[in-house]
Design a protein around this ligand. Sequence first.
Ligand code: MSP
Length: 649
Amino acid sequence: MNKEKTFYVTTPIYYPSDRLHIGHAYTTVAADSITRFKKMKGFDTMFLTGSDEHGQKIERKAKQAGQEPEEYVDQIVKTFKELWQALGIEYDYFIRTTEDRHQKVVQKIFKKLYDNGDIYKGHYEGWYCTPDEAFWTDRQVGKEKLCPDCGRPVEWVEEESYFFKMGKYAQRLLDHIDQHPEFIQPESRRNEMINFIKQGLDDLSVSRTTFDWGVPVPIDNDHVIYVWIDALSNYITAIGYLTDQDNFKHYWPADIHLVGKDILRFHSIIWPIILMALDLPLPKQVFGHGWLLSETGKMSKSRGNVVDPIQLIEDFGIDPIRYYLLREVLFGTDGTYSTEALIQRINSDLANDLGNLLNRTVSMVEQYFAKVVPEPDQLKEVDQDLINTGLKTAKEVESYLSNLKFTHALESLWNFVRRSNKYIDQTEPWILGRDKDNNKDKEKRLKTVLYNLLEALRMIAVMLKPFMVKAPSEIGKQIGDQSIVENADWEDLSWGKLSSKIKVQKSEPIFPRIDIREYFNKKQKKEQEKTMTNENNNNSKDNLIDFETFQKLDLRVAEIIEAERIEDSNKLIKLQVKVADDNRQLVAGIAKDYQAEELVGKKIVIVYNLKPAEIFGVKSNGMILAASNDETLTLITPENPISSGSKVK
Ligand code: MSP
């Protein structure tokens, strides 16, 4: 395979400290989409994602969970893989930084840098942000002692440490950025990075001694390698650096590292400098996209505003979620996730524009030509315009996608969807259909119109393949040829590929409309049910009952009419009691504390709705209430006179 035709894209490797949310899915869906597109363009693609499992943060989280780090990360990494599968993410390799091959190569990288004189031993005193695993200077954390990136409190660290001579490479990096404007994207972020470098790069502390959960420094077992050196190296260890050089050379340098803006600094400063020190080429591009915010700000577990992608997929399906992520937020800027906006997109773009186009077209072919795809005849201007728009769209989508402009690409594609709907209004096939049986020209015209619509749908389905995973095949199936869509490459975006004579196959709408009100009502009801179940579960844990349970008890005041010791038992007394008009017999274990005679006439409290039982061969219908401790037992009686049968509440 020609090296020119390889494409290597990476997402960040995620910390298994929590479950992933929709913000994380944003990057991975984008990487998946660009990879699918490159495959359709005939590239030999490599798509890497994974998990960043070492470091102080993970070690602490595991401890909090009462687990060993290995056990802790294993279980979370499993949920990562499940999420990627649910989102149709087709990565080629999932790297875990705990895997043996990676760890060994990270040690070799460290050793190489040490041997070259780029790493030396020293002493670190400064601030550390554990959630970000980042070092900061006094000036950077300010008076408040907060991480300048995430705003959380930093910790003071004083320890022996190895240092990496970053400053030595600063000018070379600036020159590289200058000569390769595409290296850091988008442009606004490039300037930020240039300013950062120009302020001067301190030597970077690249080892820690105060915890163990990391790759040991090969020349000094008291140290573990700084987690960012370990993590960034994944991009080359995964493809065989120092273990499978052929594969490594085939894919390296990477075409794109896709990262969030918060970690752009690590990728566009530390990482290139490591590569320079290793004498390796730099990645062609580092793209720092914006954040997907929730309506109440940045998503974080502690704020309780994270959006769970698995729940969204369950509610709306995989393709609408992928579409929304790529369509709604300009890749590069921040955007806000909102369920209303998602439903809006589903209803207007997917159900209305695309769903109706498919539905109307296939229904007409079914109705007018007994499902058979007709053969087109002569083209009119309006047909030519539709065709030209389709071909132009293919070019536009290609160009936008090549530049990671997902939103623009989908906008362009939807212009074509809408153009196709307009074509139906312009050509009025229902009028042609009315007259087709006695007018050959109209029949021919109708055939041409419907063929063009089916062909437009085929083009749309093929162009959707980078973005969606199920809908393209489904559209293919309905227009009569699933495999023509499934097997299509980008070069199949020429007009007239769909064969006539095959049969369309109408089925359920591919994107059902969502009733926004009903959706939110249902959601609310579910939430309430969940809270109630949680409350019930919590209550049983704490031995608490709720009021409803208490109300099930029917407690009544009863008057003792007769009392008699049960023979052969030194505890039991048989009582006849009156509860309003109801006379009852019950057995009570009070003989040690009460004489039978003294009980008669007393008003007591009984459980009136207890299931009858037989005690010592005697029927008992109810139970008296008494308070007892180790020494004594006393009956519960009303403080003031009250009629028997009164309810105790
Ligand atoms: N482990 C490091 C990356 C090491 S790469 C060699 C890390 N992990 S992370 O799990 O905290 O974040 C991974 C990525 O998710 C980052 O690119 C981050 O920007 C991105 N996102 C986290 N929350 C996000 C949003 N709300 N929106 C978009 N991206 C988000 O950093």
